[in-house]
Design a protein around this ligand. Structure first.
Ligand code: NAD
Length: 320
């Protein structure tokens, strides 16, 4: 099959691109090297995919529809991962987040409609659950109370995707990812920052009292869930689903620090600071639907995943 992967130079997009290529698919990858983090890092993310003859890279901004003329129209499925990611920066620049995430998604949907492409897997986020008290978070919980512009944009895109499903019969799966980590992880995310700081004996700023918890999910598990979703949408009609992809095992911030310290064999220096606006207390995925529909089964424990991440950072990731 021929797949369009948006955000292919990013953390998740680069892993997903490589996996589709390894499974024999043709991949057209698009990315605008958004300056949220360095272009060099993103170019390195792309290196393996670029070595495949079945991979075509197009540098393209999804907000700018004029550039869409460069895209091939014969695409079977779109894996839409391009976005401005991150909760805290979205509070500083809500305009850019709504432009890229909402307008960009609308542009992709319109381009699909014009080219008679009707199948999409979309990268949504656990942040849509906001500060919901009922855990674990299930797909049919009410998510009408976002607490950051980023979360709002992801929920808005899920709604937009439903509109195109309803009006034009698009087959779409909205996947809600829960804190993804692993090799190539975005530099703004906690695990990467903590490993870099603890390994160089620098103080770690912890927001809150260390009891906030996240459902950390290893990249290979997320990638497998995306690939199963691709198989699901490409082989069925009248699909619209929202599905959590998490580890279903929340870890407190203090436990995460201990896990990293043990893996590095270093004692951390911690500075506790107040919780940041937009941060949620806990994320915890109910993954029953993913297990049932996608045969999803996260296989990497936090301890294993942290060791894999540290090994990557010390080797290919060094200097990245
Ligand atoms: N990493 C996580 O924990 C996590 C959790 C939930 C959801 N997500 C979602 O998964 C997707 C991938 O996240 P990631 O962690 O790999 O982030 P990332 O920043 O590494 O990847 C996103 C990619 O999109 C590209 N991009 C941004 N704006 C663009 C534009 N206007 N046109 C074209 N490309 C553009 C960026 O350059 C980047 O390479 C995002 O949609 C994100 O919101 C990620």
């Amino acid at each position: 099959m021929k797949v369009l992967i948006t955000g292919c130079a990013g953390f998740i997009g680069s892993h997903v691109s490589e996996y589709f290529l390894s499974q024999g698919h043709e991949v057209v990858g698009i990315d605008n090297f958004d300056p949220f983090y360095s272009k060099d890092k993103k170019k390195q993310n792309l290196a393996i995919a670029l070595s495949s003859k079945k991979f075509t890279f197009i540098e393209l901004d999804i907000v700018n529809t004029e550039a869409f003329a460069e895209l091939p129209s014969c695409i079977d499925v779109v894996i839409h991962l391009a976005a401005k990611a991150g909760v805290r920066p979205s509070i500083m620049d809500p305009q850019a987040y709504t432009d890229t995430n909402i307008k960009g998604t609308l542009n992709i949907l319109e381009w699909m409609k014009q080219n008679k492409i009707s199948k999409m897997v979309f990268g949504s986020s656990s942040s849509v659950y906001g500060n919901n008290k009922k855990v674990p978070f299930a797909e049919d919980d009410i998510v009408d109370f976002p607490i950051s512009p980023y979360a709002f944009t992801k929920k808005a895109c899920e709604l937009l995707n439903h509109t195109y499903h309803h009006l034009y019969g698009f087959d779409i799966i909205n996947l809600r990812f829960f804190t993804v980590y692993g090799p190539r992880q975005r530099p703004d995310l906690a695990i990467r920052k903590f490993v870099e700081l603890i390994s160089t004996d620098k103080p770690v700023r912890l927001f809150g009292d260390g009891t906030t918890a996240r459902d950390y999910t290893f990249i290979d598990d997320i990638r497998n869930g995306i690939y199963s979703s691709f198989n699901y949408v490409s082989s069925r009609k009248n699909v619209f689903e929202i599905i959590n992809l998490g580890n279903s095992s929340p870890v407190k911030l203090n436990e995460l620090i201990n896990c990293i310290s043990e893996a590095l064999n270093k004692k951390p220096v911690i500075k506790y600071e107040p919780m940041q606006p937009g941060d949620v207390d806990i994320t915890f995925a109910n993954i029953k639907k993913a297990e049932k529909i996608l045969n999803y089964s996260p296989a990497t424990s936090l301890q294993e995943g942290i060791v894999k991440f540290i090994n990557w950072l010390n080797n290919e990731g060094a200097g990245q």
